[in-house]
Design a protein around this ligand. Structure first.
Ligand SMILES: [Mn+2]
Length: 344
């Protein structure tokens, strides 16, 4: 951990080495494997330490992340905001995981801002904003899950890590690195994975649980996207997929079904920039992926109200799908030089 002051760890330690506490844990909205894995893993460890941890997720999470054996229940705020509010109100400490600005908590934003007891952020996204009392922000980590593992070790809580917590952390690392495809330049990622292996985690089970459980319609939607919807622009070393709400409905769309689709075009030789545009209710959700040094977080921040990591970012627009596509394709010439220079 490069940025985290030893005093921050000491202060958190003082908070947690206390009587039994009620602890609330909040991941970002539309949580991915890292956000949910981090939340479940941390909750398990805090529980086995003797606290009572509860997870409140701003929105539901995808079915392929529902195989966890951990005991901690997840309250979905968008479905049960009364209970979510109650859990926060009754908690003594709040952990915010895997997001760098409070807006990423969606409809829970105000609750988080109004929270008066200690708030702790653990995150690996660049440019964290100052909405928590204690900030552990380490952008060179592959995932929040990897970071939490190191934080727990520093807090002297390694012995409270259970097998199911280790499986949850492994899931976070696995998904945020795209099965160890990207964000893996730091040896620490593999060091943490090897430590997690010592808890007896079942990696084939996790691989199957996360990746080998497509519904038939999800697999067909992927086929449709790649075969019918992918546009490749070799002159810009770019490929994109745009998919309408109607098309999603044709394939019986469920939350999370398009997760990971944006990565596929990067498997094409010489493509360094991939985008997917998905029509949701009233907005177009945008995801970007890149190889090399092409900074999709800046691209998204400057043009699509978003942000994220160097090679993986998101954003959204309030214009139509067609307008979003034409905005995107019209932007490409300005980035052509940078795209052509990208070394892979
Ligand atoms: Mn993450």
């Amino acid at each position: 951990m490069k940025n985290t002051d030893i005093q921050i760890i000491a202060a958190i330690k003082q908070l947690l080495y206390n009587d039994k506490l009620n602890i609330a844990i909040v991941p970002h909205e539309h949580p991915d494997g890292d956000a949910i894995g981090s939340a479940i893993g941390l909750a398990e460890v805090l529980d086995s330490f003797g606290h009572k941890a509860q997870i409140v997720s701003p929105t539901d999470y995808p079915n392929f992340l529902k195989w966890f054996t951990a005991k901690t229940e997840i309250t979905v705020f968008s479905r049960n905001n009364k209970l979510g509010k109650e859990i926060l109100n009754q908690s003594d400490v709040l952990f915010c995981l895997d997001f760098n600005e409070v807006g990423r908590a969606g409809k829970m934003e105000k609750l988080l801002l109004d929270y008066t007891k200690p708030k702790i952020l653990i995150d690996h996204h660049p440019y964290p904003t100052n909405f928590c009392d204690f900030i552990i922000s380490e952008t060179h980590y592959s995932s929040t899950a990897e970071l939490i593992y190191d934080v727990l070790c520093k807090l002297g809580m390694k012995k409270y890590i259970t097998k199911s917590a280790a499986e949850a952390f492994y899931t976070g690392i696995l998904t945020d690195t795209g099965s160890f495809n990207h964000n893996t330049s730091d040896p620490n990622t593999f060091k943490v994975v090897s430590e997690l292996m010592k808890f007896g985690i079942d990696t084939p089970k996790i691989q199957s649980g996360v990746y080998h459980n497509f519904s038939i319609s999800r697999m067909q939607l992927l086929g449709y996207c790649l075969n019918q919807k992918m546009i490749v622009l070799p002159d810009f070393r770019t490929a994109y997929i745009a998919i309408s709400k109607k098309e999603l409905e044709n394939y019986n769309f469920k939350t999370g079904d398009t997760e990971g689709f944006v990565n596929f075009p990067l498997s094409i030789e010489n493509i360094v920039f991939s985008a997917i545009f998905i029509e949701k209710d009233g907005v177009i959700k945008v995801s970007f992926r890149s190889k090399g040094n092409f900074p999709v977080n800046h691209f998204s921040h400057d043009n699509f109200n978003g942000g994220g990591h160097l090679n993986a970012a998101g954003g959204e627009t309030n214009i139509t799908l067609e307008e979003t596509i034409s905005k995107f394709t019209q932007l490409l010439p300005a980035y052509k030089h940078q795209l052509l220079e990208t070394v892979i």
